[in-house]
Design a binder for this molecule. Structure first.
Ligand SMILES: Nc1nc2c(ncn2[C@@H]2O[C@H](COP(=O)(O)OP(=O)(O)OP(=O)(O)O)[C@@H](O)[C@H]2O)c(=O)[nH]1
Ligand SMILES: [Mg+2]
Length: 226
């Protein structure tokens, strides 16, 4: 019985996520669902990206947090075209149902890229769609190389893993290669980029990836025209 209820909830969310996706597609808008454990550096990554790509890619952000608008305030200060905060007041993820009403409150025509910063959590966010083109996982080198094995769904669902905080490697007893290996064992096709959102090391690779994805989505045009 419990399984049926959970399946119904997931099916209902998938339908709403699909409707969101159709809205995004009509705008030729690339949408990313950014996931990580708490504090891996999602907001820091977005702040730097917004600043570095200012004048080139116009970015809107929907922030998901259990409480506070601290992250959307940071994103606004970084110069995003818009920053919209969702508070879940307990829920450990953002889903399509939460995103849907926001789409009437923001100007999707004013941006090239929409990023949904999900609630910091390695488990629930991977189970839900918001209408995104891609899920991304940001992984901090401080988390330990066993995490892809222990929380496989998030790594399986993500097309790209950003390994963040590589500036801290000299202070840690962890090998980048072991993190890569663990992620590839769970998801052999995953693209991996090593970065520091703090120092900016490796960020150009991420920007190239973003440029390509934004371009591909624009070229694809509104749904049905491709
Ligand atoms: N050394 C180092 N610290 C970083 C890096 N990226 C982020 N941080 C720090 O990590 C802490 C958490 O960063 P946030 O960007 O708030 O992390 P978050 O994933 O958005 O956190 P939640 O939204 O609460 O889940 C902050 O103190 C950042 O300054 C990095 O590349 N290197
Ligand atoms: Mg954050």
């Amino acid at each position: 019985m419990k399984v049926t209820v959970v399946k119904d909830i997931l099916d209902a969310n998938r339908r709403i996520a699909l409707q969101n996706r159709q809205v995004f597609d009509r705008h030729g808008l690339m949408v990313l669902n950014l996931m990580s454990s708490p504090g891996a550096g999602k907001t820091t990554l977005l702040e730097r990206t917004i600043r570095d790509l200012a004048g080139e890619i116009s970015i809107g952000v929907i922030e998901g947090d259990i409480q506070t608008s601290l992250d959307s305030e940071r994103i606004e200060r970084a110069g995003a075209t818009f920053a919209h905060q969702i508070n879940t007041f307990g829920a450990c993820h953002i889903d399509g149902n939460m995103i849907s009403p926001v789409l009437d409150q923001v100007d999707l025509a004013s941006i090239d890229l929409l990023v949904v910063e999900n609630v910091g959590n390695l488990v629930c966010p991977a189970e839900f769609e918001v209408g995104e083109d891609h899920k991304l996982v940001l992984f901090s080198v401080t988390e330990g190389e066993d995490k892809p094995h222990k929380y496989p769904l998030m790594f399986r669902e993500s097309v790209l893993m950003l390994v963040n905080k590589i500036d801290l490697l000299p202070h840690l007893n962890v090998e980048l290669e072991s993190i890569h290996d663990a992620a590839r064992q769970v998801h052999p096709e995953i693209t991996i980029l090593d970065i520091s959102s703090q120092t900016g090391e490796g960020m150009n690779g991420f920007y190239d990836w973003l440029r390509e994805e934004v371009k591909k989505k624009k070229e694809r045009g509104p749904a049905g025209e491709s």
